[in-house]
Write a protein that binds this ligand. Structure first.
Ligand code: NAD
Length: 502
């Protein structure tokens, strides 16, 4: 016990509440952790505020902050096996996927560690030798960082690394379902000698921890990753104190396959795009949009291969994908599929819980393909965030773009074709933040990550990712100040600038 990290100390929740963390693969107990309430959250905000106002971190030279981030990357690299195991137990995802995630976590710390040192500011040419003008970058202040359960540590580190690089202090609130790797991260930051109060961890519900972070006047910035409905609440709460807000929200991502695409490649990526991590990926290619000429052949092959996907827990080496995060989420997916079928969708494979004996205690759902879905219908509009692929048809390039952009989300999308010019034309017209051409899902820490339309506000990676956590301050200095007398100009005398006594 004592898993809340506040002001450099490990403490228990004041009210003594706890929460059981269970592995979604088999329901086994992973841990019992502290469950904070509003008063714990306020203590953490207070600790972060004090560390920001009086502690050394915001005033530490940027290059030294970068060095600490590089040290954190090295420590996580040393401990990556323990991190990956903890991530898999909380989420139920295959160990190999957690191992990839830890490699991404390490790259992210390295990237922002190196970037920190290059952010010393810039000179602005005022066009006048008597004026010195420059931009300096300063930390925003206390950051409230709220994250989801699908990539628990990676989502946290996409916020923690730039926030630290820029010299902020923060309170991290991971999903209440997946706290374990956030606890490990605090231990690593402690071992790296991050000053007390810079990093704070509060475990608990959205109502008791997330909402106060969005509302509290002492939090300067709230960065949230999660669903559209929660993100809307966070933005509204943050507006009352004019916080800086970054939102990474859901997606309903189109994956367009032209008739001239390489068949095997398109089939293979369509399956990966939809079913990696059982579709619990914000950028999942959950909306397959196929050119008429190829539709039947492509769908038949996807259905055939999808029906053979092997499900299993984190340590099942034969498993190709894992469970859903919880029984409640499993029910949500069942309702989504039922609603799609009521609207007239055709179920081509899946659509039910598996009956295998070894999966009976987990929250599993068979990878599912739905065809004959209508544009604008619930199934095409709403994010399922599970292993469900819907298939639509298109006639030509214009039609593909029109269908793919017909969503209020705009996170990511794919285009498969052998025609390079066409791929670039379509990519340019898609209103989505990341477009993969003849590929799906890779991300680079040095590239931008963020959503168009209702998928987000702000950017998380690349140079812009650091800028989210900085205030740009313009410092303009007149090197030869003299009175200007723009108003009430005195009469000219022999000594200019002095009032006449006559
Ligand atoms: P969620 O919105 O239910 O919860 C996200 C976080 O917000 C959790 O920590 C939760 O406890 C907290 N929260 C809940 N109510 C809150 C409130 N009123 N105020 C503040 N915080 C509150 O999302 P989830 O189910 O954890 O994650 C799935 C969603 O996340 C999907 O929609 C997915 O697309 C999205 N996501 C987006 C990205 C991206 O980069 N755009 C990445 C991963 C996940």
């Amino acid at each position: 016990m004592a898993e809340l990290f506040i002001g450099g100390e490990w403490v228990s929740a004041l009210a003594g509440a706890t929460r059981e963390i269970r592995c979604p693969a088999d329901g086994s107990l992973v841990a019992t952790v502290d469950e904070a309430d509003r008063s714990d959250t306020e203590s953490a905000i207070d600790a972060a505020r004090r560390a920001f106002e009086a502690g050394p971190w915001p005033r530490t030279p940027a290059a030294q902050r970068g060095d600490l981030l590089l040290k954190v990357a090295a420590l996580i690299d040393r401990d990556k096996a323990a991190y990956a195991r903890a991530e898999s137990l909380d989420t139920g995802k295959r160990l190999v996927e957690s191992e990839y995630d830890m490699a991404d976590v390490i790259s992210c710390f390295r990237y922002f560690g190196k970037l920190a040192a290059h952010e010393s500011g810039r000179i602005v040419d005022a066009g006048n030798p008597d004026i010195a003008s420059r931009i300096v970058y300063e930390p925003v202040g206390v950051c409230g960082l709220i994250t989801p359960w699908n990539y628990p540590l990676l989502q946290a580190v996409w916020k923690v690394a730039p926030a630290l690089a820029a010299g902020n202090t923060f309170v991290l609130k991971p999903s209440e379902l997946t706290p374990s790797t956030a606890i490990l991260l605090m231990r690593t930051l402690q071992e790296a000698h991050l000053p007390d109060g810079v990093a704070n961890l509060v475990l608990g519900s959205g109502a008791e921890v997330g909402a106060p972070l969005a509302e509290h006047p002492d939090v300067d910035l709230v960065s949230f990753t999660g669903g559209l409905a929660t993100g809307t609440k966070v933005a509204a709460a943050a507006a009352a104190t004019v916080k800086k807000v970054a939102l990474e929200l859901g997606g309903k991502n189109p994956n367009i396959v032209f008739a001239d695409a390489d068949f095997e490649t398109a089939v293979d990526y369509a399956i990966t795009a939809a079913f990696l991590h059982s579709g619990q990926v914000c950028s999942a290619g959950a909306r397959l949009i196929v050119q008429n000429e190829l539709h039947d052949e492509l769908v038949d092959e996807i259905v055939r291969r999808t029906g053979r996907i092997r499900l299993g827990g984190p340590f099942d080496s034969m498993a190709e994908t894992g469970p859903l995060i919880s029984a409640a989420h499993l029910e949500k997916i069942e309702h989504y599929v039922a609603a799609a079928m009521t609207e007239g969708a055709t179920l081509r494979t899946g659509g039910w819980r598996p009956e295998d004996e070894h999966l009976k205690d987990g929250s599993y759902y068979l990878p599912t393909v739905l065809t004959d879905v209508k544009q604008g219908s619930y199934a095409v509009r709403e994010e399922a965030f599970g292993p469900v692929l819907t298939v639509e048809r298109f006639t030509d390039e214009d039609d593909a773009v029109r269908i793919a952009n017909d969503t209020h989300y705009g996170l990511a999308g794919g285009v498969f074709t052998k025609d390079g010019d066409k791929a670039q034309r379509v990519a340019a017209r898609l209103r989505h933040g990341t477009i993969w051409i003849n590929d799906y899902h890779p991300y680079l820490p040095q590239a931008e990550w963020g959503g168009f339309k209702r998928s987000g506000v702000g950017r998380e990676l690349g140079r812009a990712g650091l800028a989210e956590y900085q205030e740009a301050k313009h410092i303009y200095q007149n090197l030869r100040p003299q009175p200007q007398y723009w108003f009430s100009r005195p009469p000219q005398t022999s000594s200019p600038g002095r009032e006449s006594t006559q």
